[in-house]
Design a binder for this molecule. Structure first.
Ligand code: FAD
Length: 322
């Protein structure tokens, strides 16, 4: 099988790159190892509830992203989140933050990436295992045994997953391998009644938790009281191989501490992000050599906006190099 450009990774970086390439008339195929779209912009759905268990919201700091956001909002793919977001001080008291506009995909974080990828060919449940030079282009080997030929390749995946695939390009491999991604345990909690908390989300500086958010305070979500709890990078690293059920209980107990008592959730589940956010992102924006580009939030920063900018800047460079 052949394509002009193979984009590996259907997260914000891969999709924004693929969209820009396709808009310039290039033939692009996106591949992702998972069933869904959006990568770490993830939404888990159930009967009458939903959780954004990865990225919580996104902020908008550059003119390029402001322009993109305006189109997406107009199309109804995302909306501002006006929940009360505070910092919880050591004394447990909420402190107001400097106001900042926050946006979320609607009706869930992953919906934004699904909308952005609409019309682009996506091959799901295919994991890239190896990348080899082949004539002027590249040969890709996937875990179902299939082989694809492409003129150019984009790896829009976390560095720990990109580095082993870059054996043919040692300079890129070394750069990717130097970026460390921190893990994050995320707990998802459903409650029959609203939790007694005077905020919709909080940054927490002490203990196992670094962030908690009332998912149903975001626009277009189901009404059922649903909370996402993120453990801090340090706690997540320390407990990375713990039993998920014990992690869920520990995070729930930490939240109960902030509610002034015990909690009896209606449902409690947990997800482990092994590669949540980069501790030491690259400054480059993207990497590119011999028709293989590398993009992702970690090429620029830690956030959705960085993933978008990394993907679109790599697309510009690939178009210029063609
Ligand atoms: P990803 O979203 O990771 O996409 C990579 C894709 O590649 C995935 O879909 C994966 O399945 C696929 N893949 C990997 N390896 C292979 C392979 N070999 N073959 C095929 N497919 C492969 N950002 C914010 O701006 N605000 C926040 O509040 C925020 N909170 C966060 C909280 C958590 C817990 C996490 C995990 C992230 C958070 N982020 C936040 C970061 C944000 O999610 C990322 O910056 C952004 O989503 C990264 O997009 P990406 O396209 O670079 O990578």
């Amino acid at each position: 099988k052949r394509c002009d450009i193979a984009v590996i990774g259907a997260g914000m970086a891969g999709i924004s790159c693929a969209r820009q390439l396709a808009a310039a008339g290039r033939e692009v195929v996106i591949f992702d190892k998972s069933k869904g779209m959006g990568g770490r912009m993830a939404t888990r759905r159930g009967d009458g509830f939903s959780f954004d268990h990865g990225a919580q919201y996104f902020t908008v700091r550059t003119a390029e992203f402001v322009a993109a956001l305006a189109d997406w909002q107009q199309a109804g793919w995302c909306a501002p989140w006006s929940g009360r977001v505070v910092a919880l001080a050591d004394d447990g008291q909420p402190r107001e933050l400097v106001p900042e506009a926050r946006f979320v995909g609607t009706p869930g974080m992953s919906a934004l990436c699904r909308a952005l990828a609409d019309g682009l060919p996506v091959q799901h449940q295919l994991r890239l295992l190896a990348l080899q030079r082949n004539g002027n282009g590249w040969q890709l080997a996937f875990d179902d045994g299939s082989q694809w030929q492409a003129q150019q390749v984009v790896l829009a995946i976390p560095p720990a997953q990109a580095a082993p695939l870059l054996a043919a390009l040692p300079a890129l491999q070394t750069r990717a391998a130097a970026v460390e991604m921190q893990p994050c345990w995320a707990a998802m909690l459903l409650s029959d009644s609203p939790l007694p908390l005077a905020f919709d989300a909080a940054f927490i500086g002490e203990g196992p938790l670094s962030w908690v958010a009332r998912n149903n305070s975001k626009p277009a979500r189901p009404a059922m009281e649903s909370w996402v709890l993120h453990a801090s990078p340090a706690w997540s690293a320390q407990h990375v191989d713990d039993d998920p059920a014990q992690v869920a209980q520990a995070l729930c107990a930490a939240l109960a501490g902030h509610c002034g008592g015990s909690l009896s959730p209606h449902q409690l589940s947990v997800h482990r992000w092994l590669y949540a956010q980069a501790a030491n992102p690259l400054p480059d924006g993207f990497l590119l050599q011999d028709g293989v580009g590398v993009a992702g939030d970690w090429c620029l920063g830690q956030r959705v906006e960085d993933a978008y900018l990394s993907g679109t800047r790599l697309a510009d460079a690939l178009l210029a190099a063609h």
